[in-house]
Design a protein around this ligand. Structure first.
Ligand code: F0G
Length: 456
């Protein structure tokens, strides 16, 4: 069945070029490592005709809204619904989609009280098909991998990218190769890659070592890399921001706060915001702020110690394993986004992350530790006066609670910080813990527990 509204009046498919973020060179093709042949900077996708074409913001908005009533797979995808701002497909049936996107925007009343920012919302990208924000980028990049004729796709990952890539590859009839740091990603993410049929290599190195190896591999073997260096990934991830603004009736919030690891997501959201402003879809830019774990704070240090001019890599160490990244590939794009939107970059401690995760969980909204850096970061930004109490804030929750059950169990059992430098400080989070109790199977035992809990 075809959609009554799959293309709208005045809406054209997007013809794209690759542009180097360093020298601005435009090209129709990209090399396998997605770097500029001249200056070696990363490439991004650009739409040279977008500004002079007949993009009509009002018509676009109504086209996107109407597509939600359609029953075609491409319109049911919360990513491809916005395809007018994505690289054009030769035909609509070619998208590899799991109906990604369409994620909810929640109010966080308790966290609002804790932070003193009443207008606080969370967009939960962890409710995507494989449980993380990666799906929004993967549907686009996997589709273009298949269109380019590749049989194999590959990525280095802290877990979520590999889970997502493996799923989309399987849906699209592609083979997938996963490089992950041995023993340093959560087993639930690892199990997803296995279930979706990826060839999974656990390498005796960290994420940065896996990514380095992948860069060499793609120059030697006919595999298409699906890390966020791949600009098609970032085009898909842009739609998170389009969907968010649609949910807010195109009224920009004052702040959007996102975790920073390899810095692809922040780059994508920033690109979307600038494009939306340039096309007249929104009237002003929200500030996009990036929060890192203290133990994986390459961008924070790059800005503070090198004024954003050269990357300061770190040996990454954090229990938020998704962002255990010390040499972020998209750091330059992220610096540009911070400059364009006026956002801040901050770091938060392991204790602050664990506390924020428990506070979000207590709202009935589970997320993984890497996502909780956003709430911890917001508290810092409020303290620093960078977020005002009357301003509106959206946190981007990037992954699902079930992605990292070990962290959550460790926190509530009380052994998350055992043997770490935070062991003593961790005790101050005890009031937030809800450890399971083991009881005899008697009514009295359960009634006693109920009574005690009522009092606490
Ligand atoms: N949150 C989660 C849950 C993640 O999985 C990641 C990155 C980030 C935040 C950071 O996003 O890299 O775009 O700055 N995960 C990677 C992976 C890199 O391999 O799954 P980023």
């Amino acid at each position: 069945m075809s959609s009554p509204s799959s293309s709208g009046p005045g809406v054209r498919p997007a013809a794209y070029r690759f542009r180097c973020i360093g020298c601005g060179d435009l090209s129709e093709t990209a090399s396998q490592n997605f770097r500029c042949p001249q200056c070696k900077d990363l490439l991004e996708i650009t739409y040279p005709q977008a500004k002079e074409s007949s993009f009509d913001p009002t018509k676009l908005k109504s086209t996107w809204r109407n597509r939600r009533l359609s029953s075609t797979p491409i319109d049911q995808s919360g990513v491809w619904r916005f395809r007018d701002l994505l690289p054009a497909l030769p035909s609509e049936g070619q998208a590899i989609t799991l109906r990604e996107g369409n994620t909810p925007l929640y109010e966080l009343p308790q966290c609002a009280r804790i932070t003193g920012v009443p207008r606080l919302l969370a967009k939960h990208q962890g409710l995507n098909p494989t449980g993380s924000f990666k799906d929004a980028g993967m549907t686009v990049a996997a589709t273009f991998a298949r269109l380019a004729g590749f049989r194999w796709v590959a990525c280095a990952s802290t877990g979520n990218t590999s889970a997502s890539m493996a799923a989309y590859a399987a849906r699209g009839g592609l083979r997938s190769l996963v490089l992950v740091p041995d023993g340093r990603i959560s087993w639930s993410k690892l199990s997803q890659a296995l279930d979706y049929g990826a060839v999974t290599c656990q390498l005796r190195t960290d994420f940065d070592g896996c990514l380095r190896l992948l860069q060499e591999l793609v120059l030697r073997a006919p595999v298409y890399q699906l890390n966020s260096i791949n600009p098609f990934r970032l085009e898909g991830q842009k739609t998170l921001a389009l969907e968010l603004l649609e949910q807010l009736d195109w009224q920009p919030p004052d702040h959007i706060i996102v975790p920073g690891g390899n810095l692809g997501n922040s780059s994508a959201i920033g690109k979307a915001l600038v494009e939306m402003r340039d096309l007249g879809l929104i009237s002003r830019l929200p500030k996009l702020s990036i929060i890192q774990a203290e133990g994986a704070n390459a961008l924070v240090r790059t800005l503070r110690e090198a004024a954003g001019k050269r990357l300061i890599s770190v040996q990454a160490e954090t229990q938020a394993t998704a962002v255990r990244i010390g040499n972020p590939a998209s750091w330059k794009k992220a610096v540009q986004v911070l400059q364009a939107t006026g956002g801040a970059c901050e770091q938060v401690s392991e204790i602050e992350i664990a506390q924020a995760k428990a506070e979000i969980g207590a709202e009935g909204i589970g997320c993984e530790p890497a996502s909780a850096v956003t709430l911890a970061g917001l508290k810092k930004l409020v303290k620093l006066g960078l977020v005002k109490r009357e301003e509106s804030v959206v946190l981007i929750l990037t992954g699902n609670l079930l992605k990292d059950p070990d962290f959550t169990l460790g926190f509530h059992r009380g052994d998350l910080f055992t043997g770490t430098p935070d062991e003593t400080a961790g005790a101050r989070l005890n009031p937030l813990r809800r450890p399971p109790v083991v009881l005899d199977a008697t009514l009295d035992a359960v009634l006693g527990t109920l009574e005690q809990s009522e009092k606490s």
